[in-house]
Design a protein around this ligand. Structure first.
Ligand code: C5P
Length: 397
């Protein structure tokens, strides 16, 4: 997610510093270059050595340290960053940043930093609610800082309330929008994902191996680019913690109802869900007993094609995109589905992508001069979804 991005962590002095070590690891694992600046009080909680060991980079702590200024001066460090996260942002740090006080390395750097900055405040709930902190936050937001609010729960001071630093993954998710153009702002995207589950009796179901990862990634990325996203999620679809409106469903019919309800007038609808083509004609409330039966015939009824229904709606979304998971003749079958379902584009891929971390496929859309077909090389599902979003944006409504 953060391949080759330079992320500067400005670490303040609060008990939640220990969580920043986990975050540094997570960002590095996802391809980021991470450097850390720690305030003096942060160093009281965790030593710089922890962050040096995790990032493989010198940790900067002192404005007047000639050795580290020679290695990479504070101005250079501020220019190096593609994005900055200040966490835990203590009430003292917020106050200094709001008033332009530059009395240590971190606050001085922030005065020369052009990169987008995310503040993650964490403190005792009374400090958080205090008039001064709220006023400073207001000023900082006006000044263009992004803020991820603290979570509520048990605080280190023994009290309950708002003030906890969000989980490392939530912090990483909140950094992503800082690195992306907000080109989808004002748009509503509806994405369905995952498998559906059709009950047969009290315990048995008909389902498939879809993981919902690709749909969840598409939702995460579209939301990080500023879209308001509704994710209609089949069972097992990962919760990527991002800022999407999630509606959990089980059966194909539930998914249909949920999609129809929200897709009216949307900008984009993407059907990544592996909707069961059939459901049981009769569902037994009791567990069906085997008895002496050696063979059992069950009757299935066809489920409604969701993406085709959305494409045929009166106030249909401006762009409707379907997926076609095939085991052979991928392009040929996908082209037929493009016509049959009345969608604007279709992404053909192999059934083996279904429960894998990577994907490859073909983007096929209908243009005035005929059918356009582009291949998408094998990559991880985050990159695959970025590629699809790019193509959706290029698609003429
Ligand atoms: O026809 P097939 O199931 O291969 O088509 C796959 C595409 O159609 C996917 O976009 C899937 O989400 C959608 N679909 C649907 N409703 C169904 C079956 C498939 O929306 N009942």
């Amino acid at each position: 997610m953060f391949q080759d991005k330079n992320i500067l962590l400005g670490i303040g002095g609060g008990i939640a510093v220990y969580r920043m070590a986990e975050l540094a690891r997570l960002l590095i694992k996802q391809g980021a270059n991470v450097r850390c600046v720690m305030t003096q009080s942060a160093c009281e909680f965790v030593t710089p050595l922890t962050f040096e060991a995790l990032t493989g980079e010198a940790v900067h702590t002192d404005l007047f340290d000639l050795t580290s200024e020679r290695a990479m001066g504070h101005i250079e460090l501020a220019r190096w960053a593609d994005a900055v996260l200040i966490a835990p942002a203590t009430s003292n740090l917020l106050a200094k940043l709001a008033h332009g006080i530059a009395d240590d390395l971190l606050t001085t750097m922030m005065q020369v930093c052009d990169a987008p900055v995310l503040l993650a405040p964490a403190m005792n709930s009374s400090m958080w609610e205090s008039a001064a902190t709220q006023r400073n936050l207001h000023t900082l937001k006006d000044d263009g800082f992004s803020v991820i609010d603290p979570r509520s729960g048990a605080l280190a001071c023994g009290e309950q309330g708002i003030g906890r630093l969000p989980e490392p993954q939530a912090l990483a998710d909140a950094i992503l929008p800082l690195l992306l153009p907000q080109s989808l702002q004002g748009q509503h995207w509806v994405i369905n994902a995952g498998p559906t589950i059709e009950p047969w009796d009290a315990v048995r179901v008909l389902t498939n191996r879809a993981s919902g990862t690709l749909g969840a990634r598409l939702a995460q990325y579209a939301s990080a680019m500023g879209a308001s996203v509704t994710l209609i999620a089949g069972v097992g679809t990962p919760n990527l913690g991002c800022d999407v409106q999630r509606v959990d469903v089980q059966t194909g019919d539930e998914m249909l109802q949920a999609c129809v309800q929200v897709a009216q007038g949307a900008d984009v609808f993407i059907g990544t869900a592996a909707v069961s083509d059939f459901r049981f004609s009769e569902v037994s409330e009791q567990k069906i007993k085997r008895g002496d039966t050696q063979q059992l015939n069950v009757q299935l009824a066809a489920n409604t094609d969701i993406v085709a229904s959305i494409a045929g709606m009166e106030h249909r979304p401006k762009k409707v995109i379907a997926f076609a998971a095939e085991s052979e003749k991928h392009i040929e079958y996908a082209k037929a589905k493009l016509e049959r379902k009345g969608v604007d584009a279709i992404v053909a891929n192999d059934v083996n992508n279904m429960d894998s971390d990577s994907a490859s496929g073909w983007w096929i859309d209908n243009r005035e001069n005929g059918i356009n077909e582009e291949s998408i090389e094998k990559c991880n599902k985050m990159q695959f979804s970025q590629e699809i979003i790019k193509k959706v944006m290029e698609l003429k409504p």
